[in-house]
Design a protein around this ligand. Structure first.
Ligand SMILES: Nc1ncnc2c1ncn2[C@@H]1O[C@H](COP(=O)(O)OP(=O)(O)OP(=O)(O)O)[C@@H](O)[C@H]1O
Length: 675
């Protein structure tokens, strides 16, 4: 393939216009295939040597006119009688098929005398033996392998040109189908023909079989199943290749946004492969045709002759190409001198009997080799599919938009509902909160008041306790004084015991008071904690509604503590009252003791007075006694001493007084002992 040239290759803006890439001019390639000898050839006798000699390595053949005269011709491919169908396909058709797959039009055509193997080469189905498959089957097989279903499309039309009428071989009722030529491009189309999309090879084989069954054939002298029509298989390929434009790649199935955002338009490569199995180019006299068959032969010859004329004109670069002389040349307008890549296979038999037909075929091939085509690649912008895609996208986007709008509306309604609910619950929560706050505030105030009251009571109790303690200390001191006073008394021991007992009691009482004081301080601490809790609670109430419950529980516990404190205070009060009563008892007892002490003091004083009196008496008596004893002594010794005299009259009285005094002292002593 020659180098690509861009001719006026600008992107044309108008709808339906295409970019055309032109390959260097390319000559029609011609291959020659020699059919193996058949029974007829063998039966013809061995007197005649084959009229044809192949030199495949030189790509030449020698056409022997007789034993001494031969001419040599060069072909693009020389296929011997042993060449396989595969080899023939690869040498003749495969390059064209590949070209068609790249977007070029292509033609593969078999030309030759009847019975030389055109149909065998081109249209053999090879149902039983795939190695026997002809060009049509192999070409479609390769096309199907190379194309992607869903992205590319492959469709076929199968028709025959019979008696200058185009008949649809897939729908034989369709006859005389008109040929439509594009005035701009000169492209030939047969819109009246059935076009069947091909999914797989089996489907194509079935179609081909149907077409073959509908093809006109007749027994001729030269071939028992001679084709009486030109069979044309049209393979339409539409591809969406990756096309690079302005550094961007447009891939099939690209996002629509990238299609729209870039200046890319999907490019369609539309190509057409024609595989033509021409009717036999036998001479009428040799074919033995008569009547209708003769008529058929005339038409066949007419079309083949006009094809030959066109090829001659093209080979000679004639300004006029008589393409309009027959429908065959009109159909093959693009194949010879057109834009298609064309491969021609001419089939020949070895028998010298058909020398002139073989020579004619060879000359046809030689002339065809001179025909140069201007091979063009036609890229069409796939406006239709783009439009379809856009429409689809618009539909999709519209429905998506509607769906999203509906979704948004639904969401909005839901949101509004939720908002209303939230607002309602917020109002409710606010109400609850304010109620709870009020309640808590009330509770708090109430608790504060209670706390205050309790504190006051506690302080009072404390004062009372301290007063009591002072009083107790005072009493203690008092008792101590009394104790000291009583130490000298006769009731010392009794009083000491009593005092000890009281002291013990007082110690206990002091202990109790201390305990109460520690209780009081504990209570104070608890109250402080309560106050703290309350303050915390108040703060947390202000901060969050959620803590309300927590505060409630705390308040509950605080109330419990309060209750406990109240019960403790009650207990303290009770203890206090007990202490008070004890104190009263002690005071009473103290008073009694004091009374007793006073009485005893008085008694003691009386006794002391009496003792003093007695002492005085005793002294007086003693002095009197002494005086009397002195007087007695003086009367005895010195009667002048008056003392004895004086005391004598008094002696009886003194004796009485003395004895009474003695009795009084004894009594005092007795009383003192008993006390
Ligand atoms: N290369 C070949 N190898 C084996 N058999 C062949 C070959 N070429 C042709 N034949 C046989 O020769 C006979 C005639 O072939 P075919 O019908 O293909 O000729 P044709 O050129 O199509 O004739 P027509 O123009 O009359 O239709 C057939 O029986 C075919 O099987």
């Amino acid at each position: 393939m020659g180098a690509l040239k861009l001719l006026g290759g600008a992107l044309l803006g108008a709808r339906g216009e295409a970019k055309e890439l032109v390959v260097d001019s390319e000559r029609v390639r011609v291959a020659i295939r020699l059919r193996p000898k058949n029974a007829d050839d063998v039966g013809y006798g061995t007197d005649f040597i084959d009229c044809i000699e192949l030199q495949p390595e030189l790509k030449r053949i020698k056409l022997r006119k007789n034993n001494w005269s031969s001419e040599s011709y060069r072909f693009d491919e020389v296929l011997t009688e042993n060449s396989s169908q595969k080899r023939v396909y690869e040498a003749v058709a495969k390059p064209v098929v590949e070209s068609v797959l790249h977007g070029y039009n292509g033609t593969v055509m078999a030309y030759g005398q009847t019975g030389t193997g055109k149909t065998y080469t081109v249209g053999k189905l090879g149902k039983d033996d795939p190695s026997e498959r002809g060009i049509m089957v192999r070409a479609v097989e390769d096309i199907l392998i190379d194309t992607s279903p869903g992205v590319d499309t492959v469709a076929v039309s199968y028709m025959q040109l019979y008696l200058e009428s185009i008949q649809d071989l897939l729908a034989p009722e369709k006859t005389n189908i008109p040929i439509v030529e594009d005035p701009k491009t000169g492209e030939v189309a047969l819109p009246g023909c059935t076009t069947v999309g091909i999914r797989d090879l089996d489907q194509f084989l079935e179609l081909l079989q149907i077409g073959e069954a509908n093809r006109h054939a007749a027994n001729t002298k030269l071939n028992t199943e001679s084709s009486r029509s030109h069979a044309i298989l049209m393979v339409h390929i539409q591809r969406s290749p990756e096309v690079k434009q302005e550094n961007e790649v447009l891939l099939p199935g690209n996002d629509i946004r990238s299609d729209l955002s870039s200046r890319n338009l999907r490019v369609l490569l539309k190509s057409k492969l024609l595989i033509v199995d021409l009717a036999g180019s036998e001479r009428i006299d040799k074919s033995g045709s008569e009547g209708r068959m003769l008529e058929e032969a005339k038409f066949i010859n007419l079309s083949l002759t006009s094809l030959g004329k066109c090829i001659n004109a093209l080979a000679e670069n004639s300004p006029h190409i008589p393409t309009r002389d027959s429908k065959l040349t009109r159909l093959l307008r693009d194949s010879f001198g057109g834009t298609a890549r064309t491969s021609l296979i001419i089939t020949v038999g070895p028998s010298a009997r058909h020398y002139s037909e073989t020579a004619s075929t060879i000359m046809f091939g030689q002339r065809a080799m001179k025909v140069v085509n201007i091979v063009k690649l036609k890229e069409e912008f796939d406006y239709e599919s783009l439009c379809r895609k856009l429409e689809y996208q618009i539909d999709y986007l519209t429905s998506e938009m509607e769906r999203q709008k509906k979704h948004r509306d639904d969401e909005k309604v839901q949101m509004e509902q939720r908002l209303n609910e939230c607002q309602m619950s917020l109002v409710e929560a606010e109400n609850n909160y304010s109620l709870k706050s009020e309640h808590l505030e009330r509770e708090s105030t109430h608790l504060e008041l209670e706390n205050k009251k309790l504190l006051e009571e506690l302080n009072l109790l404390k004062d009372q306790n301290s007063a009591m303690s002072e009083e107790l200390v005072h009493l203690e001191m008092h008792l101590k004084q009394n104790k000291h006073q009583l130490e000298s008394s006769t009731y010392q021991k009794v009083l000491a015991d009593t005092t000890q007992m009281y002291e013990k009691k007082m110690v206990e009482l002091i202990k109790q008071v201390e305990q109460e004081e520690s209780h009081s301080s504990d209570l104070e601490g608890q109250l402080m904690e309560m106050r703290k809790h309350l303050i915390d609670s108040e703060t947390s109430i202000q901060v969050q509604t959620n803590t309300v419950d927590e505060l409630n529980s705390k308040l509950h516990s605080i109330s419990k503590l309060n209750e406990e404190a109240a019960s403790k205070i009650l207990f303290l009060e009770e203890t206090n009252s007990e202490l008070l009563s004890t104190k009263e008892l002690l005071t009473e007892e103290l008073k009694v003791v004091q009374h007793k002490l006073l009485a005893e003091e008085r008694q003691r004083k009386g006794l002391e007075d009496e003792i003093i009196k007695l002492k005085r008496l005793l002294y007086d008596n003693h002095a009197e006694i002494e005086d009397k004893s002195l007087c007695k002594d003086a009367s005895l010794v010195k009667p002048a001493s008056g003392f004895g005299q004086m005391n004598l009259p008094k002696s009886s009285k003194s004796r009485e007084t003395l004895s009474s005094q003695r009795a009084t002292i004894a009594k005092i002593f007795e009383e003192g002992i008993t006390l």
